[in-house]
Design a protein around this ligand. Structure first.
Ligand code: PSV
Ligand code: MN
Ligand code: MN
Length: 426
């Protein structure tokens, strides 16, 4: 949909100003002993996976307003992620949700992925909805259900997800459970946990030795009295009981208001159980908005924990799967995703700028103001030239959203797929 020449043409009029801004910032950072080029290299390497279910409009339970040109098949979803990756060079993988994305023609999918320079990130199971002709219902739970037959159905579904993933070269399986209860007394809380643990162990047994199983937590929704896996502590204990391939997944929207998420991130990283992220923006709960739109400082603090831990030689290295988990009600989904990735890269760049030695010194001396000023210095630095340079060096657009608009991509997608095409997902 976009040729290399077209991207170069789109960048051309912006290049002089970009170079000016980049050189100025590089000089400024050099004075502080920081290497702008090195930061750009780290940004170029950083990749955020795109969920197949975030390429169309989500809507709320009150309504949905299709963007037009939404992908109607897995192939079209891959094409959309290919467009994003062409524009920013930072989204080279797609996560799949089963059964929405059951692969049909596996060799053709491999070909398409290769042509777009993409891979499959994680497989995600869905036991939060009943599928047509399903033998048992998940209305009262799946992996935690009181009835063994329901649990077995849910276990088999997860094993099927891993099988599909193996065909496509994925290495991560994510489990998010909607299981829980709405009323006091409805569920025996300890038994529900034990049944879940047993079911997860059966799935874990089917996990190939080079895969990771991520366990996501969420405090509420769809259930409002108890969720079987409400918090990172529960995820953590489940992972502990399963084995080293089980890791906790932190979805930024899955916390009660005012939770110190960066501390959770630091703690899990320290304990060797931080396996992945679902990035999104949240004002009240699982809002699934643009990452970093309302709380950029929080996103920066999260990246600060990650960077700090990565530079701590006393900690074991970690492989963390970064993914966006968003839903789009008012924005063009592709523009929203480009904005999210941009905010994520910006937060990462700022975290790389933190003067860690000085911060340690201030912390050690209990110099509260100095420590906070160091964080503010990094956060308030305008890092957009670094992020833009990373896009340019990856062959992308200096300004991905502007390029997406200038190239008229949504219009082309509408022409190809129609105005009322609907994507599978929530
Ligand atoms: C649930 O709220 C969640 O965050 C899980 O990651 C699901 O897989 C995803 O959203 C889509 O429903
Ligand atoms: Mn999620
Ligand atoms: Mn969620």
């Amino acid at each position: 949909m976009l040729s290399e020449d077209q991207l170069l043409d789109l960048n051309q009029p912006l290049l002089a100003e970009h170079n000016l801004q980049f050189d100025y910032l590089a000089d400024l950072l050099a004075r502080r002993g920081q290497d702008a080029h090195n930061i750009v290299l780290q940004l170029v390497e950083f990749q955020v996976a795109i969920p197949s279910w975030a390429l169309g409009t989500g809507g709320t339970r009150f309504g949905r307003f299709p963007a037009g040109g939404e992908p109607r098949s897995l192939e079209e979803k891959i094409t959309d992620v290919g467009i994003l990756n062409q524009l920013n060079g930072s989204s080279n993988s797609i996560s799949l949700h089963i059964p929405w994305d059951i692969p049909q023609d596996v060799p053709a999918l491999h070909q398409l992925l290769q042509a777009q320079g993409l891979s499959i990130d994680s497989m995600n199971s869905n036991t939060f909805q009943d599928q047509k002709d399903q033998a048992h219902s998940y209305k009262f739970g799946s992996l935690s259900h009181t009835d063994r037959a329901v649990r077995e159905l849910a276990i088999q579904h997860n094993i099927d997800c891993i099988k599909y993933g193996t065909q496509l070269g994925a290495k991560v399986h994510t489990v998010w459970l909607a299981d829980g209860s709405n009323f006091p007394g409805q569920s025996h809380l300890r038994s529900a946990y034990l049944r879940t643990q047993e079911s997860l162990a059966a799935i874990y047994e089917a996990l190939p030795s080079d895969w990771t199983m991520l366990i996501e937590y969420k405090p509420y929704e769809p259930h409002f009295y108890s969720m079987v896996i409400p918090d990172w502590g529960t995820s953590y204990t489940l992972c502990q009981s399963l084995g080293q391939q089980a890791q906790v997944l932190v979805d930024l929207g899955h916390h009660l208001p005012n939770t110190n998420i960066e501390q959770i991130v630091g703690r899990l990283r320290q304990l060797g159980r931080l396996g992945g992220f679902h990035f999104n923006g949240s004002g009240y709960g699982d809002d699934d908005l643009t990452t970093g739109s309302a709380k950029p400082f929080q996103l920066f603090l999260i990246f600060n924990e990650l960077v700090d831990a990565n530079q701590d030689t006393s900690l074991a290295a970690a492989t963390v799967a970064y993914m966006i988990d968003a839903s789009h009600n008012t924005k063009d989904p592709l523009e929203d995703l480009l904005q999210s990735v941009d905010n994520i890269l910006g937060a990462y760049a700022k975290a790389l700028l933190v003067d860690r030695a000085a911060l340690r010194e201030a912390q050690q001396a209990n110099d509260v103001v100095r420590a906070e000023e160091i964080m503010r210095d990094a956060f308030l630095t305008d890092v957009r030239p670094l992020v833009a340079e990373a896009y340019r060096q990856s062959g992308g657009a200096l300004r991905p959203v502007a390029a997406y608009r200038a190239a008229g991509i949504r219009g082309q997608l509408i022409e190809q797929r129609g105005k009322f095409s609907l994507s599978t997902g929530l």
